[in-house]
Design a protein around this ligand. Sequence first.
Ligand code: SF4
Length: 489
Amino acid sequence: MSRAAELTVLDPTTSPAFPVAAKTMLRDAQLRKNVRHATEVIQNKRARVVGEMPDWQQLREAGRQIRTHTMANLDFYLEEFERNCTKAGGVVHWARDSAEAKQIVTALVKASGSGGEGATEVIKIKSMTTEEIHLNQALEAAGIHAYETDLAELIIQLGHDQPSHIVVPALHKNRQQIREIFQREMNLPELGEKPEDLADAARRFLREKFLRVKTAVSGANFLIAETGGVCIVESEGNGRMCLTLPETLITVAGIDKVLPRFQDLEVVLQLLPRSATGERMNPYNSIWTGVHEGDGPRSFHVVLMDNARTEVLADEEGRQTLNCIRCGACQNACPVYRQTGGHAYGSVYAGPIGAILTPQLQKMHYAQSLPYASSLCGACYEVCPVKINIPEVLIHLRNKVVEQKSSLDPEALAMKTMALIFRSEKRFRAAQRLGRIAEAPLVRRDGQDGGWIGWLPGILGGWTQVRDLQEMPKETFRDWWEKRGSRGN
Ligand code: SF4
């Protein structure tokens, strides 16, 4: 069993802190190899197709402006979406939080189904929002089985695993591991190992579901206020099957997914596929608006979910997080994510975007280690298609974490003591003398460049966990300078 499979749901309220979970992941050499290989392939493809666009930086700026303007006027555009969606025959529901959203979807699924009987099965399009609220588990508890139809999500579901990437949820699995899952779960002992064999097995498995199940649940890449339409982009066409074949379609979307105008798609549909999968355009771009006689689902619902997004919106510095179009480029570029994979983040949102989004969605009560799960190298900012300054938000959130800590917290106490020492030259010099005396028993002299300390006690031990510390110099710069005297020699 893989380490990922040992995990239960990715829930920030119960998951271990990032450094604890990351240690486990770092020991899984296969997982690291899979993640490194997959992120490298996507990054190279992305670089190639972005390089073809002479106006890429202008496009990024346009994307940033559209998203920033939308967030500044979110109430207006959400109401406009509701008006236009309702006019077209859709039904809009508002959910304050995850519990309300799950309740609404479960009730809608129960009320759907053919011949007046409530549905006990749904087909699902890949959706991070439904992952965020653990919708499948809630449906299961209500006696409704959800079939994931996106190939990667299907692998995750059949493998009893958890997604580890926003765009490529099964990126931590290699082909051999996928084959084993399909063989076991689909009962196919003779299954070949070529990509076509695996795709064919998935196609056969899903086709029967598409033709039988009458209710579908989707997420949304974008909601279009001007028309009341919903947009989903995908690579396989399984989503399109879920949007067209069932009689009832229920879309769950975060309130941050709205765009003002239909024309805004022109910008985001250039930015998203290039950043996400290195494609010039997604093979399937579906936009649907309400219901139409003889075409598509008979009944269409949109659940607009807040789930702490208005709190994020209220925070001037953290607000840019909501501009995210969930492309996953920041994950592929992040040196921390590339070592640990997604499960260490304890949330369905992993990598740099997870490090800023998850703590804010949890109102900073949980996932407080995530803003520190970054080297602040800025690679995420450079690739973000809507120019979210992730390092800036990370630092803002680190400040919040410190503010929330008790003044008796050992780290806070240590920082206060340091501040006291740095404020006085006398105290600073005394601390240096004391430090030299205290370090003496710990210094080892087995190198050519002076002494090194390989172990420090107590909370200082974190520093020497993965690297040695050089001993303090015998003479400080100040001492040296004073010795030179007024003649400067
Ligand atoms: S933060 Fe930017 S790069 Fe990361 S997923 Fe969101 S849009 Fe993509």
